[in-house]
Design a protein. Structure first.
Length: 431
């Protein structure tokens, strides 16, 4: 018998007990032996219950698949307040997205949560009701009855019909010139400008299939996929951590500075060495480091900035400096307010850079450059929602951005966003 069948039987046994006709919050965890070829992403994609959320830590040690919502939250502050007011257990996880505008979120407490940490996996069923746990237990029974068996994820078969950039290249080159002029006038030190690329296909694009292809090829990345309904989703494979909190211990990072990668190891190393020694990219990275440290300094104890390292991805390489510290208060809302958006996705100073983005970018970033992950009272982790795409029926919007500082060259910045967007674009255009 497969692990999923054993786990489901245990959950049904749990739901057979008597529950009070009163408010409450409960969950049950059942072990999930990793002794068969179970793919949580394929299992998620077979379901018809929404929202759905998949997330994998970039080193692969942690992975979750969640779907069905017993509670929705439109802000991280509302989610944190729920955990506090309901006296939730320390490991009750709420997961989902925060928008580029961090006041807006789409987070949920899932009905079912499959969680793997290292080589150990569990399946959790959540019950929550403001009126009657007895009624919610019946809803949970009906929910389990509606589940479908996992199916193999089929490859993307759609063919592209059109491709449009917002802004187009000539407009982008003008924007960079406008940004560097504003920097020279001391309006801000750095701004991150983004491009949206709209691809239209002849058939609907399955977000789960795109996520599976990206997970297979885009290594050393966080992988995240939020499926809102049967037709709309937001997903990506991001190299950047926004924060990881374990109790009061916080880890964040500055990921800024980019060069192309290459399949040839010698050439990739040569590009990486150039990046490590390039003044413009080092300056861009240190601006982000300094901004993060300034934001955190009054809310943490000592800050430790680790030496710069090269992060090599499939299409690009980045400069990264990790920042470790200890929070005075284990507050995820505070972490979000302090860290998002970082100078790596918006610019600095933050407010004038954001105002410039709002003024000149010809599209709404929505979830792009926001964050994806989970929170609980004992720990939380969110990645920056980069290298991402919005899927809606047969259209896909790809996002990519570039940090503009003094000395930025428009043609080089265009090539940078081409390289970044290629991480997902090439997966959609494979024969």
């Amino acid at each position: 018998m497969h692990s999923i069948s054993i786990a489901m039987e245990s959950l049904r046994h749990f739901l057979a007990q008597d529950f009070p006709a009163s408010p409450g919050l409960r969950h049950v965890d059942v072990p999930f032996p990793l002794n068969d070829a179970f793919d949580p992403l394929a299992w998620l994609g077979a379901q018809v219950s929404y929202p759905q959320f998949y997330w994998q830590q970039r080193n692969g040690d942690e992975e979750l698949a969640a779907f069905g919502a017993v509670a929705h939250f439109t802000s991280l502050s509302a989610a944190q307040r729920f955990l506090q007011d309901r006296a939730a257990s320390c490991d009750t996880r709420i997961c989902g997205l925060n928008a580029f505008n961090p006041e807006l979120s789409q987070l949920f407490l899932p009905r079912l949560l499959w969680l793997r940490i290292g080589g150990t996996a569990t399946l959790r069923l959540n019950l929550s009701s403001e009126h009657s746990l007895l009624e919610d237990a019946q809803s949970a029974r009906d929910f389990l009855q509606s589940l479908c068996d996992a199916k193999p994820i089929t490859a993307i078969a759609a063919q592209i019909e059109s491709e449009t950039h917002l802004p187009a290249k000539h407009e982008w080159l003008k924007l960079i010139a406008t940004a560097t002029h504003a920097i020279a006038q001391a309006e801000f030190e750095k701004v991150v400008l983004a491009r949206a690329t709209d691809l239209q296909f002849d058939l609907p694009v399955k977000a789960i299939a795109l996520m599976a292809a990206s997970r297979r090829l885009n290594l050393n990345c966080y992988h995240f996929c939020m499926v809102f309904n049967a037709h709309d989703a937001f997903l990506g494979s991001s190299p950047e951590r926004l924060w990881r909190r374990r109790g009061h211990h916080l880890r964040t990072e500055a990921l800024a500075g980019t060069v192309a990668s290459h399949g040839d190891d010698k050439l990739a190393r040569r590009f990486g060495e150039w990046l490590m020694n390039d003044d413009k990219n080092q300056r861009e990275n240190m601006l982000v480091v300094e901004d993060i440290c300034q934001r955190l300094q009054h809310h943490t104890h000592a800050l430790e900035v680790l030496p710069a390292q090269i992060v090599r991805l499939r299409k690009v390489q980045h400069l990264r400096r990790c920042i470790w510290t200890e929070l005075k208060n284990a507050d995820d809302v505070q972490c979000l307010q302090l860290l998002q958006p970082t100078a790596a996705v918006a610019g600095l100073p933050r407010q004038p850079a954001r105002a410039f983005i709002q003024k000149v970018e010809p599209f709404d970033r929505e979830w792009y450059a926001g964050s994806a992950g989970y929170l609980s009272s004992e720990q939380s982790e969110f990645c920056v929602a980069l290298r991402s795409a919005r899927v809606s029926h047969s259209s896909v919007r790809l996002y990519a951005g570039a940090g503009i500082v003094s000395g930025s060259e428009p043609e080089e910045e265009w090539q940078e966003i081409e390289n970044k967007a290629a991480g997902l674009r090439t997966l959609l255009l494979m024969d």
